[in-house]
Design a protein around this ligand. Structure first.
Ligand SMILES: [Zn+2]
Length: 73
């Protein structure tokens, strides 16, 4: 995908990546879940997998600023 090439904070160079998170099946990519979160005491966050949108992130190599995008499709 297309993202920012220049940091909005310091004008440094931005490079693409993802936000990795550890789940039950090993490492995965963090996702955006639309709507108000429903958290169960027993089952944790209620997630319908089809609602999840993986997050792409861009990081400034100079100041570390992160800009993230969740694009579906
Ligand atoms: Zn920066």
């Amino acid at each position: 995908m297309r993202g920012p090439t220049q940091c909005p904070k310091c004008q440094g160079a931005m490079s693409e990546g993802v936000i990795a998170e550890k789940g039950d099946a090993g490492w995965g990519i963090a996702s955006f879940l639309p709507g108000t979160p429903v958290v169960s005491r027993w089952f944790g966050l209620k997630v319908r997998k089809k609602d999840l949108i993986p997050i792409s992130a861009w990081r400034c190599g100079r100041c570390g600023y992160l800009e993230s995008y969740a694009l579906s499709g």
